[in-house]
Design a binder for this molecule. Structure first.
Ligand code: IPM
Ligand code: MG
Length: 363
């Protein structure tokens, strides 16, 4: 099993290093090869997604990704910015299905900004379409406004669009995921205003006919944003487009109070995937050894489950993470009174120890 390891920028290298140690501790026949991506790749090769990195990712069975981005690259022209690497990987690898679980761990209920009773036991899965919508729609750009009240003025524009097959395939992913969980899908749209999302709603409704055992509800995106902070436990699986999914998945992650804990998977039609933590590159704490590696470690578990057909190894990692939390170990982002604050490396050590059966030390 070949894994491309793309650590990226900011805290990426630190957290990915711990996930790699955890993977090694499993003693599976995993072949891991590392390549630069994002700002790190721009520094080394003049491009955020060099040909060599893309080739490695294409040849691998799965990709473990850290994070990309740093304010210092904000002034680069758009095609050279670190974020283009992740967008390029999604497009070139056809990673259309982004699974973002938002789970509130019992030990971390107090870390949420919502009242504990609203989030205790929270377990939502956001299924975000990842290769269509306004993110990739053409044409886009700048021009002189051709008509309207501001004709002649400089303007910028993007194109929101979805084709039927794109909506169908992501709807299938959502309904199939719901079947294995709470059997409810909330399709989030803006059908009251946008053609694209009236079409989305129509197609999701059609696909639903094949899943009579799953309940489907439709919700406008503004209401969904509100319901997520009002009664988040009413959701099971949320399926939505690329841009709404970008926004709602950050909101949902924050409900859990621990974005540092949340993994994500981006899958193609054959379950090849890219796995990354839901948080970003956090340049402000990079290199300090304080970042939480658990989201990346849990992303490695998702990788074993979805792309490498190693569900037992995935379980071992997830049980080890539960064990270190139960033992009271916390990085700064999830620390609270009465628990033991540890750094990135110590957290990785503890997970490795839990996997290999050695005792966890609370130093
Ligand atoms: C995400 C990120 C990306 C996105 C950026 C970095 C391009 O916010 O994965 O949610 O907008 O998809
Ligand atoms: Mg985002």
């Amino acid at each position: 099993m070949k894994i491309a390891i793309l650590p990226g920028d900011g805290i990426g290298p630190e957290i990915v290093a711990e996930a790699v140690r955890v993977l090694r501790a499993l003693e599976l026949p995993l072949e891991m090869e590392t390549a630069p991506v994002g700002g790190a790749a721009y520094e080394a090769h003049g491009h955020p997604l060099p040909e060599s990195t893309l080739k490695l990712a294409q040849a691998a069975d799965a990709v473990l990704f850290g994070a990309v981005g740093d304010w210092k690259y904000d002034k680069l022209e758009r095609p050279l910015r670190p974020e283009q690497a992740i967008l390029g990987l999604r497009k070139h690898l056809g990673l259309f299905a982004n699974l973002r679980p938002a789970i509130c761990y019992p030990q971390l209920t107090h870390a949420s900004s919502l009242k504990p009773e609203l989030v205790a036991g929270l377990d939502i899965l956001i299924v975000r379409e990842l290769t269509g919508d306004i993110y990739f729609g053409q044409p886009r750009g700048r021009r002189t406004a051709p008509d309207g009240a501001f004709a002649g003025a400089p303007e910028a524009f993007d194109t929101m669009r979805y084709s039927r097959p794109e909506i169908e395939r992501i709807a299938h992913v959502a309904f199939q995921a719901a079947r294995k969980r709470g059997k409810k899908v909330t399709s989030v749209d803006k059908a009251n205003v946008l053609e694209t999302f009236q079409f989305w709603k129509d197609v999701v409704t059609e696909v639903h006919a094949q899943y009579p055992d799953v309940q489907l509800e439709h919700m406008y995106v503004d209401n969904a944003a509100m319901q997520l902070v009002k009664a988040p436990k009413a959701f099971d699986v949320i399926v939505t487009g690329n841009m709404f999914g970008d926004i709602l998945s950050d909101e949902a992650a924050m409900l859990t109070g621990s974005i540092g804990m949340l993994p994500s998977a981006s899958l193609d039609a054959n379950n090849k995937g890219l796995y990354e933590p839901s948080h970003g590159s956090a340049p402000d704490i990079a290199g300090k050894g304080v970042a939480n590696p658990l989201a990346t470690i849990l992303s490695a578990a998702m990788m074993l489950r979805y792309s490498l057909a190693q569900p037992e190894a995935a379980d071992r990692i997830e049980r080890a993470v539960q064990a270190v939390l139960a033992a009271g170990l916390r990085t700064g982002d999830i620390w609270s009174e009465g628990t033991t604050r540890v750094g990135t490396r110590e957290m990785g050590d503890a997970v490795v120890a839990a996997i290999t059966g050695k005792t966890i030390t609370k130093s």
